[in-house]
Design a protein around this ligand. Structure first.
Ligand SMILES: [Mg+2]
Length: 175
């Protein structure tokens, strides 16, 4: 059984609370990669990967800097878990061909993080439906109805909480 954590960064790993704390202490808020992550949110992510051995897939717009840079970031910041990749910024050509452009609702299928997650799973996850489990951690609910049961909405003020981590572990490890 493969397990994946699709993770956003802003409002999930870097948080309003941590940012304010750094500002009030007069400390720097970012490094060469961008805003610093909140150590509490990172610790809670570590709890998820320790308990589930899930691979991490980046859905944050930070991915636009490329997988190599994300790998560097993961190492430089001593992040927990193993990066399994970044979601693509496209949907497959066949899916594009099948979109009815006269149907306004069809445009919703052309964009959004939900479609990017779907596409990544299509290309990378084991084909058997029971061959994998996943969760999505994001502060903005921009996902597909079929992904609802996999989605955990994170509070951008505090990022991943212990409660979020417990929910993720339950979803990833349930029988
Ligand atoms: Mg965000």
């Amino acid at each position: 059984m493969r397990r994946y954590v699709f993770i956003d960064f802003d409002g999930v790993l870097n948080t309003e609370r941590h940012h304010s704390e750094l500002v009030s202490l007069g400390q720097k808020c970012s490094d060469q990669y961008g805003p610093l992550f909140d150590p509490v949110a990172v610790e809670n992510l570590k709890m998820i990967v320790d308990e589930t051995e899930a691979g991490i897939v980046i859905i944050s717009s930070w991915k636009l800097e490329g997988i190599d840079r994300m790998m560097d970031l993961w190492k430089a910041r001593r992040m927990p878990g193993v990066l399994a990749g970044c979601t693509p910024d496209y949907i497959s050509g066949m899916d594009l061909l099948n979109v009815n452009l006269e149907d306004p609702a069809a445009f919703a299928n052309l964009a959004g993080k939900g479609n990017e997650v779907k596409q990544w799973l299509k290309e990378n996850a084991p084909k058997k439906a029971d061959g994998y489990r996943y969760v999505i951690l994001d502060d903005v609910p921009d996902f597909l109805p079929e992904q609802e049961e996999h989605y955990i909405q994170v509070d951008p003020r505090v990022g991943i909480t212990e409660e979020d981590a417990e929910k993720a572990i339950e979803k990833l490890n349930k029988l």
